[in-house]
Design a protein around this ligand. Structure first.
Ligand SMILES: [Zn+2]
Ligand SMILES: [Zn+2]
Length: 146
């Protein structure tokens, strides 16, 4: 055998590598373009997006508020070791203060690439790009792939 030491990658291995590369990097343009965006402000539940590639995503307002992509919130989460969407740890108190669930007073598109929420708590600096949202899709399929 003259090929000793040289490892040929099998077809299956090659396909596996290609699948992984695809998952890691290339979200198609259609996967990052919303066909329909619904902000369920009146219902107070969350936001839903139908993407051009046919995928459907939804996020609760609480998740979105706790995933705020502004520099201050990103820094705070990093210091506390929290993933986007994970709420702040609540200090143990004798008297639990009621905290109103996160809800936007309004929402508007930022150019063609993002959406911004004006939260009822007064915070509004986070710009949620379609890319960020799609990569943080909360459906079981996407969660399993991450
Ligand atoms: Zn923020
Ligand atoms: Zn998904």
């Amino acid at each position: 055998m003259s090929h000793e030491g040289i490892r040929f990658i099998s077809k299956e291995e090659q396909e596996k590598v290609e699948r992984e590369e695809k998952r890691a990097s290339a979200l198609t343009k259609a996967a990052l373009t919303p066909a329909k965006v619904r902000v369920l402000k009146t219902e107070g539940t969350g936001m839903e997006i139908d993407w051009e590639d046919g995928h459907h995503s939804q996020w609760h307002f609480a998740w979105l508020r706790n995933a705020c992509p502004c520099a201050t919130c990103v820094e705070e989460r990093k210091m506390q070791g929290r993933e986007p969407g994970v709420p702040k740890p609540q200090p143990k108190q004798l008297l639990q203060m009621y905290e109103a669930p996160a809800r936007p007073a309004s929402a508007h598109a930022v150019g063609r690439y993002a959406i911004q929420f004006n939260w009822q708590d007064g915070h509004s600096s986070g710009i949620y790009s379609w890319d960020f949202l799609r990569r943080n899709c909360q459906c079981a399929e996407c969660k399993a792939a991450r």
